[in-house]
Design a protein around this ligand. Structure first.
Ligand code: UTP
Length: 284
């Protein structure tokens, strides 16, 4: 099914990356040469998304500037005859009018961030992408939109049993190919309480009814309004599926995941892979 709109929640505090995130959102941290948010926008565009909605918090200007013309920079690049660099900064711009910004006035949780975009969403399902979940390989959102037939959908991956407390964890129902029916979901369960080792990764397709649920403002794990809880409340009313995507996910919200992503994307980068793969073993 074609999904035309995507929400990018970028209103988190990014405390795990302080001081880097003191004056800029963590979604502007670069992996090799691109900020995390640009990877997410490109993944959405590859899935056919046409409208890009950013839910921002403090320090939003870096993201707005990133997705806008930089007249001064472009003028200098033209003057210096740097055609390749000019192409890089121009090619990434989206169609005029296709990018909107909504402010999340307080970081009250991912569910709250998504709810803040409600007035920009009509009656069609919407994609949600968390830029700090970076995926190498096949774009996960395109796999999801291809498999989507209605209801709610999340991306799934298996995690070590000891890590369930960092994720939304599902209770799986029947399985068909890479799609799993979801019959229960809980946010950040302790390993001895987790219903499975199948965790939600930051890619969602949501039916608009979810906004009514989020609007109830119920606080969940960590005192935050959790998207997981709203998804749980819709079980039984609407289809709910998880998709095992084929790419490799990096948790760029954590320092170690971010470092691993830089190495993996560096090793997959034409200009860097030779020198990086020679140098890496010398550090071990
Ligand atoms: P995290 O749980 O990683 O929180 O958010 P955080 O504040 O960004 O980072 P730390 O834990 O303090 O280091 C998961 C995703 O939800 C978004 C974040 O931007 C991130 O993409 N988010 C979270 C919001 O947009 N608003 C919120 O209130 C909370």
């Amino acid at each position: 099914m074609t999904i035309k709109k995507a929400i990018f929640p970028v209103g988190g505090l990014g405390t795990r990356f302080l001081p880097a995130t003191k004056a800029m959102p963590k979604e502007m941290l670069p992996v090799v040469d691109k900020p995390l948010i640009q990877y997410a926008v490109e993944e959405a565009a590859a899935a056919g998304i046409e409208q890009f909605i950013f839910v921002t918090g403090r320090n939003k200007t870096a993201i707005e500037d990133h997705f806008d013309h930089s007249t001064e920079l472009e003028a200098v690049l033209i003057e210096k005859d740097k055609a390749d660099a000019l192409e890089v900064v121009r090619r990434m711009l989206r169609e005029p009018g296709s990018v909107s910004y909504v402010r999340q006035q307080e970081p009250a949780g991912l569910g709250h961030a998504v709810w803040c975009a409600r007035h920009l969403i009509g009656t069609e399902p919407v994609a949600v992408l968390l830029a700090d979940d970076l995926i190498l390989g096949a774009p996960a959102m395109a796999e999801m939109t291809a498999a989507y037939t209605g209801g709610n959908m999340v991306a799934l991956m298996d995690v070590p049993a000891s890590d369930t407390g960092a994720y939304g964890i599902i209770t799986p129902g029947s399985k068909q190919g890479n799609l799993t029916e979801i019959i229960g979901i809980v946010e950040k369960p302790a390993p001895d309480k987790a219903p499975s080792d199948k965790a939600v990764v930051g890619r969602y397709i949501l039916e608009p009814k979810i906004f009514e649920e989020l609007g109830k403002g119920r606080r969940g794990a960590g005192g935050e309004i959790q998207l997981t809880d709203a998804l749980a409340a819709r079980i039984g009313h609407t289809p709910f599926h998880g998709l095992n995507f084929s790419g490799e996910r990096f948790d760029c919200g954590s320092k170690i995941g971010f470092l691993k992503a830089n190495i993996a994307f560096g090793l997959a980068h034409d200009e860097l892979q030779g020198e990086l793969s020679q140098w890496l073993p010398t550090r071990l």
